[in-house]
Design a protein around this ligand. Structure first.
Ligand SMILES: [Zn+2]
Length: 59
């Protein structure tokens, strides 16, 4: 799942692909060139790993 935040109205929009035009559903701005965020489990796992390594350091 890809996520973009519209720079005009700060609305998050989601898409499963990054092909073609991407129009903000709120203000209809063309946000095709806006950076996408990979809104996936990968990010969650990375955050958990960071927390885990921090935990190990404390011990
Ligand atoms: Zn917008």
């Amino acid at each position: 799942m890809l996520q973009k935040t519209c720079p005009s109205c700060q609305t998050n929009s989601y898409s499963s692909t990054n092909n073609g035009m991407w129009i903000c559903p709120s203000c209809n701005r063309n946000i095709t060139t806006v950076k996408t965020y990979q809104n996936s489990q990968k990010e969650m796992i990375q955050n958990q790993l960071l927390r885990f390594s921090h935990y190990k350091r404390i011990i």
